[in-house]
Design a protein around this ligand. Structure first.
Ligand code: NAD
Length: 483
């Protein structure tokens, strides 16, 4: 028996293994030890989940918003109650360090409560579209069965938050959990089984193909929310397009720029650059400011300070509350990050700190890389333009504001961006010019729930963490009363 045992899926109110009988073994990325298993779901499992969801959804949609909100509040409380257990498992399965990972429990529960409170925002408009006493108005109605596909970096938090908007809007939902780090999905399945009517929330584990692909191709699942990489997003759009018309929203990656002007405080910048790189999850965060673009007048100073702090980060056991960075999530991703490090050397980036596998007995097994800062990075290097999704800061020197803005925008991504200056004109000119869905002025890292989160260009479609997400799980119907 492994440490966390077998974790089941939730389909039609039952905790089940896959019909196919296959399992995914999950390893602790810090040790490579097998710690548990999750079912390797099949297309038939997705179809079963769809059938159960479709049967249950009309009754769910008929409940009042206050009743639906009550279920979300119950789930929020249950998550907090099992918070410590979830954290232990999640840190062991993802490699994310436990101290900051505790925030995932707070956020999961807060997102459920936030959407529970937004029920009356599922509202339409009245429109004076014709003369006389005619009445024209719109209703917002659920899609029926919706699905959400989740990545590996914060599986529990993304899965829990993904339930909130569709469910509140009167839909049933199928959540596809990631194939690496699938175990915490099993705890969420248990909680949802206790709380929701059968079929309303379903969790299916398994590989992208067949599980995610079946969701993309299912002719009756018309609304999909996807969080993950650009390549998978394109595959989902292609698969869906071969089947029928679907509403698909996409939360994808980023190669996010932090533009530091000459007047910025180097101390504050250093802190924000490191916080914004999310080393607590080895940089594996879509919003990480991985391009540190510093004005030439303070470039050497800032890069030196950032590198000193990065090299002092405490690498270690994700379960140790003093660890500041753990391993990266999985072997394939580890190999990918090492290939970026090799390319940085080949392409002439300056290794300011890190750039290798850490030394020491503790790091002999597991997927460990050093927290890294590259200097003198140019936009033609892979580490200058591609998302690494690892603990790597690429520092870039600039002299003219219009040039750095052009460099910041010269990638296909457009998720987040930051500008550091006390000059309001410069801050706003830059914020307006950045081709991203979010800009921090003198900030990084934080999400502010209630404001839209989402990307421009290849970073995505649609907005989450706000009313728009809730409404996006409804479709509008115009009604004309002709009097
Ligand atoms: P991924 O695209 O490899 O996988 C994401 C999910 O898609 C997994 O559940 C996977 O099984 C599934 N999938 C894979 N192939 C599929 C297919 N053909 N059809 C349907 N589903 C399929 O992403 P990942 O490696 O797990 O996550 C890292 C990426 O996610 C990074 O690019 C990161 O920036 C992005 N991300 C974005 C956000 C955001 O909010 N914008 C948040 C977290 C992560």
């Amino acid at each position: 028996m492994t440490q966390f045992g077998d974790r089941l899926m939730l389909i039609g109110g039952e905790l089940v293994a896959s019909e196919g009988g296959e399992w995914i073994t999950s390893v602790n990325p810090a040790t490579e030890q097998v710690i548990g298993r999750a079912p390797a779901g099949t297309a038939a499992d997705v179809d079963r989940a769809y059938d159960a969801a479709a049967a249950a959804q009309p009754e769910w949609a008929a409940k009042s918003i206050w009743q639906r909100a009550g279920y979300l509040h119950k789930l929020a409380a249950a998550i907090r109650e099992r918070g410590e257990e979830i954290l232990q498992l999640e840190a062991s399965d993802t490699g994310n360090t436990i101290k900051l990972l505790a925030g995932d429990i707070v956020i999961s529960s807060a997102m459920l409560q936030y959407y529970a409170g937004l029920g009356t925002e599922i509202k339409g408009d009245t429109v004076p579209a014709s003369g006389g006493q005619n009445i024209h108005f719109t209703l917002r109605e659920p899609y029926g069965v919706t699905a959400r596909i989740v990545p590996f970096n914060h599986p529990f938090m993304f899965e829990a938050a993904a339930i909130a908007a569709p469910i509140m809007a009167g839909n049933a939902v199928i959540i596809k959990t990631p194939e690496t780090s699938p175990l915490s999905g099993g705890i969420l399945a248990e909680l949802c089984q206790e709380i929701f009517p059968p079929g309303i929330v379903n969790l299916v584990s398994g590989y992208g193909i067949p599980v995610g692909d079946r969701i993309a191709r299912h002719p009756k699942i018309r609304r999909i929310g996807f969080t993950g990489s650009v390549g998978t997003a394109l595959a989902i759009q292609r698969s869906a397009a071969e089947t029928c018309i679907k509403h698909i929203t996409l939360e994808l990656g980023g190669k996010n720029a932090m533009i530091v002007c000459a007047d910025a405080d180097p101390d504050a910048v250093t802190k924000a650059a490191i916080g914004g790189m999310n080393f607590a999850w080895a940089g594996q965060s879509c919003g990480s400011v991985s391009r540190l673009m510093v004005h030439e007048s303070i470039y050497d100073d800032v890069v030196e300070r950032v590198a000193a702090k990065v090299s002092a980060l405490k690498l270690g056991d994700p379960l140790d509350p003093t660890s500041e960075m753990g391993p990266v999530n999985n072997k394939a991703h580890y190999d990918r990050i090492l290939s970026f490090m090799a390319s940085a050397k080949q392409e002439g980036a300056k290794t300011v700190t890190g750039g290798d596998i850490p030394k020491g007995e503790q790091f002999e097994r597991g997927f460990w890389v050093e927290p890294t800062v590259y200097g003198d990075v140019t936009m033609d290097m892979r580490v200058g333009k591609e998302e690494i999704f690892g603990p790597v800061i690429s520092a870039i020197k600039w002299s003219k504001l219009d040039e750095v803005i052009a460099m910041a925008n010269a990638v296909d991504y457009g998720l987040t961006g930051a500008v550091w200056t006390n000059d309001l004109q410069v801050a706003m000119t830059t914020a307006r010019a950045l081709e991203t869905g979010l800009v921090w002025i003198n900030g990084t890292q934080a999400h502010y729930v209630g404001t839209p989160f989402g990307g421009w260009k290849d970073s995505g479609l649609g907005r989450e963490e706000c009313v728009e997400e809730l409404v996006s799980y409804t479709q509008s119907k115009a009604i004309h009363i002709l009097l």
